[in-house]
Write a protein that binds this ligand. Structure first.
Ligand code: AHR
Length: 498
């Protein structure tokens, strides 16, 4: 049956912050060590210790912002252990993630260099759970003070005279859990205290992010907004898409059953409900929507790959993950008035990663390809969309068969992205564009398609290009519309240039 999508090119809904396409890198498993950092003496080609293959791949994505050093690790991290000559840095045990030795070779200078190489803004998460106010104050001074001060002098001794520009700073992580098991009332008071000393030096203006709720803990949001909204710029939210049960079995990343496919996609839609409900609470205290909702951890979380360290959270990544990513982006776009940033967990080798590595080998995941296909939406203006797309039924339950989002960029190009969730049938879609003053020509339309025949299609080190985007052309273009043939289980982006 023919379905249709209408994009209103003259009905605009504000900017889609590029920061929605942010990332997260934690000292967890092989994300930092091996994944990003191999050290200057490694046989793996590197730039000042950062591996070139991974860097090159990530540079393609226009990564706007990168969160570090955790996660749960952030509330155990003492930044002073990670500066100065590497051979003198203190070794610690990463108690939260696998009990492995952390040699602190990747610290503040290395992270800031990575951000420079990626062209990404740093987002540092400070330690509230086991760190002091002074430690947090001095970290900000170390990074951003321009002039004579104990921390700025130390930074200079460590090889960096110029301060770094640092906008995003998180005051703790998951302080309801691994960050101290606090009650919201207690954390709200601590937040008020700690953030006081997160100072703006010179022209550097920090955007302060308070640790937010776990999933549907609306009371946490209520208390934080009531007690501390006037002292924050952003409030975070964490939600992971887990098909099974977090403790009893999350499910396998490579499961090829339709039941798991459906469950996973269904759970990814929960993000919409969470954003709506948390935003409603925030609206009561902040009707101007000054405080951003910062979804600084999201993505799929499956059981670790068999045979890998359970504390390392290494999982494969399939076409199902690609659809989860696409669905999330469409939801984030829809909430662009409140969602100022989102950071997928995590960048390399952990959870829903962009890139997997094994020794000197590297592969790009289906999720990577969605980030690449969708980067055109960064800082573009969201457009009104009306979709009549039918449903994808499974058992007694159903989902929309297709989700859609559209934007217009600075040059007037219109980008329409489509996620086709139904794994059984291809769909013929008519894409109508209202508000255009001239007819479309086939040469003004281009596109990219990511699809696969198997529900668990993925890339391996032996076959790294099993799931990758291919150029896409509409079946026909005429007037102000075009006919799209959209394969089952696919992510599609169509661009119309003026
Ligand atoms: O991303 C893995 C972990 O998930 C993070 O460290 C923590 O914040 C969350 O529980």
């Amino acid at each position: 049956m023919k379905q249709s999508i209408k994009v209103y090119t003259d009905l605009e809904h504000g900017k889609i912050s590029k920061h929605i396409y942010g990332h997260f890198s934690e000292h967890l498993g092989r994300c930092i060590y091996e994944g990003l950092w191999v050290g200057e003496d490694s046989p793996i080609p590197n730039t000042e210790g950062i591996r070139n293959d991974v860097l090159g791949a990530l540079q393609e994505l226009n990564i706007p912002v990168l969160r570090w050093p955790g996660g749960c690790f952030a509330d155990e991290y003492h930044w002073k252990d990670g500066v100065g000559p590497r051979e003198n840095r203190k070794r610690m045990v990463n108690t939260h993630w696998g009990g492995v030795v952390e040699n602190n070779h990747f610290g503040t200078h290395e992270f800031m260099r990575l951000c420079e190489l990626l062209g990404a803004e740093p987002y540092i998460c400070g330690n509230v759970g086991s760190g002091t106010v002074q430690e947090m104050q001095e970290w900000v001074e170390y990074m951003t003070f321009d002039g004579e001060s104990p921390m700025a002098n130390w930074r200079t001794e460590n090889g960096r005279e110029e301060p770094w520009a640092l906008k995003y700073f998180g005051v703790g992580n998951e302080n309801w859990g691994c960050g101290g098991h606090m009650r919201p009332e207690y954390y709200a008071d601590l937040y008020r205290r700690y953030q006081t000393y997160v100072r703006n030096y010179g022209d550097n203006k920090i955007y302060k992010i308070a640790g937010g709720a776990n999933v549907d803990d609306y009371r946490w949001t209520e208390v934080l907004m009531r007690e501390a909204a006037h002292l924050m710029d952003g409030l975070s939210l964490h939600y992971y898409t887990i098909p099974g049960d977090f403790w009893k079995g999350k499910g396998s990343a490579l499961d090829d059953r339709e039941s798991e496919w459906f469950k996973t996609l269904k759970k990814s839609f929960r993000m919409d409900e969470l954003l709506t409900k948390h935003s409603t609470i925030m609206d009561r205290y902040d009707p101007e929507k000054r405080v951003g909702l910062i979804v600084d951890e999201w993505g799929t979380w499956f059981d670790v790959e068999p045979g890998t360290n359970p504390g390392f959270l290494y999982q494969q990544n399939t076409i199902r993950d690609a659809l989860v990513a696409g669905v999330h982006f469409h939801i984030f776009h829809e909430h662009n008035d409140r969602v100022h940033m989102a950071n997928i967990a995590q960048m390399v080798n952990v959870l829903q990663a962009m890139v997997l590595t094994e020794g000197e080998q590297m592969l790009l995941t289906p999720t990577y390809h969605v980030f690449n296909m969708y980067k055109v939406h960064q800082d573009a203006t969201r457009l009104e969309v009306n979709a009549d797309v039918g449903t994808y039924k499974f058992g007694d339950d159903e989902l929309p068969a297709v989700t859609v989002s559209a934007s217009k960029d600075n040059e007037g190009a219109i980008h329409v992205s489509v996620c086709h969730l139904d794994p059984h049938r291809d769909t013929d879609l008519t894409l109508k564009l209202s508000g255009l003053n001239k007819s479309l020509s086939a040469s003004s339309v281009s596109g990219e398609l990511l699809t696969a025949n198997e529900l668990n299609a993925h890339n391996t080190f032996e076959r790294p290009n099993e799931v990758e985007p291919v150029p896409y052309e509409p079946a026909s273009v005429s007037g102000h519309e075009m006919e799209l043939k959209v394969p089952a289980s696919s992510v599609l982006r169509v661009t119309i240039r003026p």
